[in-house]
Design a protein around this ligand. Structure first.
Ligand SMILES: [Zn+2]
Length: 328
């Protein structure tokens, strides 16, 4: 963490219509990780560098966006994950000032955290749940129910694991999850979600244990359109789509995570589903196509949003992605 990206983001949010739903992607910022051969421990370093160079990506460090999706179904406002938060002892302290921006980004998009009805959590790692509370532990989403897998909650809030954590950051994984989830749990506002469960009409969970014991992908469906909200199924738009077996540094069960990648990639490709990828370049919306033995990313273009544009004056007509692209 020797340097951090600028805190000024060119796109504070992106908005698009999906079926009958209005979707907004806000950025929590960018995570600066180590060189790719460290971040993807199963990779051949020479092949990684060649692939990155071929795609005009930096070789010295892996940069991961944090794309937070908010879906307005008409009946409910559903947010997927929460970013790293602003606690100087946890997320903001570890990941730097280029992160922890989700709440101001939401406000610039005209969304009040108090209006969020459901937080659909993919898993309880730092960059996904440490933004649930403020540095003092007060819930930042005062009216939301938090939908989360029991397996992830039980594993990552178990403070008995702190003593055997290999380093301070891994110890913080447990204390940070505990700090951010317990206030909601004690208020009776946690809801356990498992494979096939409907979070709200149009949002369904798909159990994908591997990266984390209770990792969930969510399917958003409306008017015949389908989008898979990936969470940490895949961390890189080139390396892990081409080589799902290269794995990610923080995968809880590497072989299981790899198997889930192959399974969900195939599902998305065969169904021609849209994908919202948390860690892909902002806003992380796109599709998959086959390439070689793996897959390649086809980003969906969206119109640029002027800084400070209010939610009440959408520039995107409410008649689908094709119309949004056609506006450019
Ligand atoms: Zn993540």
């Amino acid at each position: 963490m020797s340097h951090h990206p600028p805190t000024d983001r060119p796109d504070p949010f992106a908005r698009f219509r999906f079926g009958g739903f209005e979707c907004t992607v806000v950025s929590d910022g960018i995570l600066q990780l180590g060189p790719a051969p460290v971040t993807f421990p199963g990779a051949d370093p020479a092949e990684v560098d060649a692939l990155l160079a071929d795609h005009h990506l930096p070789l010295d460090a892996v940069r991961l966006d944090e794309n937070v999706l908010v879906v307005d179904t008409g009946d409910a406002l559903v947010q997927f994950d929460s970013g790293v938060g602003t606690d100087p002892a946890l997320g903001r302290g570890f990941f730097g000032p280029g992160t922890g921006h989700v709440v101001p980004a939401m406000r610039s998009a005209g969304i009040d955290p108090a209006d969020i009805d459901v937080l659909a959590i993919t898993h309880t790692h730092p960059d996904h749940v440490w933004g649930l509370t403020d540095p003092d532990g007060a819930p930042l989403y005062p009216n939301a129910t938090v939908a989360v897998s029991r397996a992830d909650f039980d594993h990552w809030t178990d403070l008995s694991r702190v003593a055997t954590a290999p380093n301070q950051h891994m110890a913080d994984h447990y204390t940070g999850a505990h700090k951010n989830l317990l206030p909601y749990h004690e208020a009776g506002r946690l809801r356990w979600v498992d494979d096939g469960d409907e979070v709200v009409p149009g949002v369904t969970a798909i159990a994908t244990p591997g990266h984390s014991p209770g990792h969930l992908v969510y399917r958003v469906s409306s008017e015949g359109e389908s989008m898979l909200v990936w969470g940490d199924l895949c961390h890189h738009q080139v390396l892990l789509l081409q080589h799902p077996e290269w794995a990610f540094q923080f995968d809880w069960d590497g072989p299981a995570a790899t198997a889930q990648r192959w399974r969900i990639y195939q599902l998305a490709h065969e169904g021609r589903d849209a994908v919202l990828a948390y860690h892909f370049p902002f806003p992380g919306l796109g599709h998959l196509r086959r390439e070689g033995g793996g897959y390649a990313w086809v980003p969906q273009e969206l119109p640029r949003r002027p800084v400070g544009a209010a939610r009440a004056t959408p520039a995107v007509p409410h008649d689908g992605l094709a119309a949004a692209v056609g506006q450019r």
